[in-house]
Write a protein that binds this ligand. Structure first.
Ligand SMILES: CC(C)(COP(=O)(O)OP(=O)(O)OC[C@H]1O[C@@H](n2cnc3c(N)ncnc32)[C@H](O)[C@@H]1OP(=O)(O)O)[C@@H](O)C(=O)NCCC(=O)NCCS
Length: 172
């Protein structure tokens, strides 16, 4: 009998850095919907450690890990800049590993990211982009109130085929 999943949602510690890099490099090969391919994640362990530290110091940025025991099932992020004119805007990123998809983990991560943004006293707009043909993601974002604000043409090129990107936004 399959046992029920018990996922713990938490922010990363420095010791999680390698696991995070390995996770992103792995899921990059599971889906074409991320901006990077397998082993194309742009940070190494040292860079990820710096990112964990700088994210903790940035009051409008967060990373949330969905942990199945010691294994990362999914990661969600809000990145905000420090510039006075733009720091109210958080950029959302999310990925759930294939074997953990369709179990409610992505929805819970987004719910927690939005809660964080509502509570940090800075963020008033969350922005993300997603391929227009990523129907699961677009539907999920719309369920949380995100609206399609624009469509960028031919932003992604895969095996000679171009794909468009939606820019989506949620005002808090
Ligand atoms: C988009 C993503 C984060 C959703 O995560 P998830 O954990 O599967 O999300 P949930 O389990 O909360 O499911 C959300 C909805 O999507 C549906 N769904 C999830 N995976 C699905 C699939 N493979 N096929 C059809 N529907 C699916 C669920 O049924 C659910 O719909 P419901 O609420 O109407 O029942 C995940 O599919 C993913 O990481 N995809 C690859 C990377 C990606 O696209 N990231 C976003 C880039 S912008």
């Amino acid at each position: 009998m399959e046992s029920a999943l018990s996922i713990v949602y938490r922010e990363p510690e420095l010791e999680d850095a390698k696991k995070i890099v390995d996770f992103y490099n792995f899921v990059g090969g599971e889906t074409t919907f991320l901006s990077f391919e397998k082993d194309e994640y742009p940070m190494d362990e040292a860079g990820q450690k710096e990112d964990i530290l700088s994210t903790k110091e940035q009051p409008a940025s967060i990373m949330i890990l969905a942990m199945d025991g010691d294994e990362i099932a999914g990661i969600g992020t809000i990145h905000s800049g420090n510039k006075i004119k733009a720091r109210h805007q958080g950029e959302l990123g999310i990925v759930v590993a294939k074997k953990y998809q369709a179990k409610g983990i992505g929805s819970e991560i987004i719910r927690q990211l939005i809660d964080f943004c509502k509570g940090n006293g800075i963020t008033t707009r969350i922005q993300l982009d997603t391929r227009c043909d990523n129907e699961v993601a677009v539907k999920l974002y719309e369920r949380f109130g995100f609206k399609i604000e624009g469509q960028l043409k031919n932003t992604t090129l895969i095996n000679g085929e171009y794909f468009d990107l939606y820019v989506m936004g949620l005002m808090l």
